[in-house]
Design a protein around this ligand. Structure first.
Ligand SMILES: [Fe+2]
Length: 329
């Protein structure tokens, strides 16, 4: 089952004929379809958001670069988020899906920025406003936008763990910290304490792909090693990783390091793709997809162990890359 690519395209395509969700998704119902996306250039058209709305996912996850803020002026940032909120496709997504998310550098505030970004506390509140996070949420009171969301009933539960790779990050090249000690302790608790059958780890930047010259966990070798050691622990449930940032879509797998096949499904960008080109990635399954895209994760709860299918979909909802697996050690 693990790692098969081609026939699964048909599985993703089945979503296209799925009935539209007429009612808002309820947190207490099992997640059958999750959509995720990143790198949304808010001044450009975004057919992807209409397509996602048509698919009617139970959950939608923003994985960062949710707008291209690139500013220390919070009014400018708020104005860009307003444009994003008013996209008619996204407006429909908000009415039917549970929406959550984290940030990457551009919506945080500056290209490739880390802990030195001056407006990080203010920018945090702007993102949380965009995501409709309630005033009394713990996300409002702590530093950083990392978060956990549980969906579904006991026995058919999905836990989404959203990392913050910006707020605490030391300069690139320092081999310093990326998550910071408080977030590491929290992450360990969220993993070991999870009662979910499907655990999803969202990182704005790629975890597995290491050969390219852009941002990645591999730029912080000690942090990557720590993550892999955490995921390899017997008391930590297996996870699937979702990532964005790269303006390409691809599915990577590491079968050796953590004791089960660890997938990193990268979807980027919703509407600003890189276009033609290639790059090495020894973990990649098949080829990159370099058009505008979003990701989907469908969960088949009819088996004893749920079957997870991850897809990279083009902006019209045509599956381009897919993989299906069970999350077991
Ligand atoms: Fe981006």
């Amino acid at each position: 089952m693990n790692g098969e690519v081609k026939p699964l395209i048909a599985l993703c395509a089945a979503f296209l004929t799925a009935p539209l969700t007429a009612e808002p998704a309820k947190r207490s119902e099992p997640v059958e379809l999750m959509a995720f996306g990143s790198c949304y250039k808010e001044v450009l058209p975004a057919p992807s958001l209409h397509t996602i709305a048509d698919l009617g996912p139970d959950v939608f996850v923003w994985m960062g670069d949710n707008v291209y803020g690139d500013t220390e002026d919070m009014e400018v940032l708020r104005a860009k988020y307003r444009v994003a909120r008013e996209h008619p496709g996204y407006a429909r997504i908000r009415t039917t899906a549970r929406v959550t998310g984290t940030w990457d550098d551009h919506d945080y505030g500056a290209n490739d920025a880390g802990k030195e970004y001056a407006m990080k506390a203010e920018s945090q509140q702007v993102l949380l406003d965009f995501l409709d996070v309630p005033d009394d949420s713990p996300r409002r009171k702590r530093e950083g936008v990392y978060a956990v969301e549980d969906f579904g009933p006991p026995g058919k539960m999905t836990r989404v763990i959203l990392l913050d790779t910006r707020y605490f990050r030391d300069p690139v090249g320092s081999d310093g910290e990326m998550l910071g000690e408080a977030q590491w302790r929290w992450l360990e608790k969220m993993l070991t304490g999870s009662e979910a059958q499907v655990n999803v780890l969202v990182s704005s930047i790629q975890v597995l792909a290491s050969e390219h010259r852009w941002e990645k966990w591999a730029n912080f070798p000690k942090e990557k090693q720590r993550l892999m050691e955490l995921l390899a622990r017997e008391d930590v449930p297996p996870v699937v990783i979702l990532s964005g940032d790269r303006h390409v879509g691809e599915i990577s797998v590491d079968r050796e390091t953590v004791g089960y096949p660890l997938y990193d499904i990268t979807s980027s960008s919703l509407n600003l793709p890189l276009g033609d080109g290639d790059e090495p990635n020894r973990h990649r399954l098949g080829r990159m997809f370099r058009g505008a895209n979003f990701g989907s994760l469908s969960i088949d709860w009819s088996r004893e162990t749920p079957v997870v299918t991850g897809c990279v979909m083009d902006e019209r909802g045509r599956p381009q890359r897919a993989v299906s697996f069970e999350l077991v050690r």
